[in-house]
Design a protein around this ligand. Structure first.
Ligand code: SF4
Length: 213
């Protein structure tokens, strides 16, 4: 199987997306047939990297179509139409398929997924100027050793990752306690998030030199 740019004619964006959607690499570990859920376009400016689809997202095929997505849109100050405008906003989780649950909690994203697909998808979206890393799994994959000791440490250091990256906590209802214990997040990070995303979507500019992640 050719990787983009490997040999022969260059793979089109649609061909790359078709390969992603046909992926069965970790099918043996999934509770259902693989159903990769992502929204991508070659013109996207903002990339949202979350954890992995939950059951409701798996069933509807629409990412962030759940209470976590409602809170994320509230954080961003966006309507559903704005959020799902794939010409501007790409959504690629750390694990593209629903990994199942254990004792009522979602399992982690499959570890095969991000190293396989993110390095292929990311160069196919050259206009991305800001990546929101939502939750510990996205931060672990993209930041690796640059992560803080805790998620709060990483998010609190958000200025260190500007202008290309903004780490955020997961907007899951399970994280209400974290949000209450860390009021600086709403006071300090959310206004910056809204301002940066608003400027980016309006102008294509992230307010700093592009570093390429
Ligand atoms: S989780 Fe990722 S690697 Fe596994 S089947 Fe789905 S797309 Fe492929």
């Amino acid at each position: 199987m050719n990787q983009p740019g490997e040999s022969g004619a260059a793979e089109t964006f649609a061909e790359l997306l078709a390969r992603v959607q046909a992926c069965t690499v970790c099918a043996a570990h999934l509770p259902h047939q693989p159903r990769p859920i992502l929204r991508v376009s070659p013109t996207a400016r903002l990339l949202i990297v979350g954890q992995a689809p939950g059951r409701r997202v798996h069933e509807t095929g629409i990412p962030w179509n759940d209470p976590s997505g409602d809170l994320l849109r509230q954080w961003l100050g966006m309507t559903r139409d704005e959020f799902y405008d794939v010409s501007h906003i790409a959504i690629v989780p750390t694990g593209l398929c629903y990994p199942g649950t254990v004792n009522g909690s979602d399992l982690p994203p499959r570890p095969e997924c991000a190293p396989l697909w993110h390095p292929q998808l990311r160069p196919a979206m050259p206009d991305i100027r800001l990546t929101l890393l939502i939750g510990a799994y996205a931060q672990a994959y993209y930041l690796d050793k640059r992560r803080g000791r805790t998620l709060a440490d990483t998010v609190r250091a958000w200025r260190d990752f500007a202008p290309d990256i903004l780490p955020l906590p997961h907007p899951s209802p399970r994280n209400r306690g974290w949000l209450k214990q860390n009021p600086w997040f709403e006071a300090e990070v959310l206004p910056a998030l809204r301002e940066r995303v608003g400027t980016l979507l309006a102008t294509g500019d992230n307010g700093g030199a592009h570093k390429h992640i």
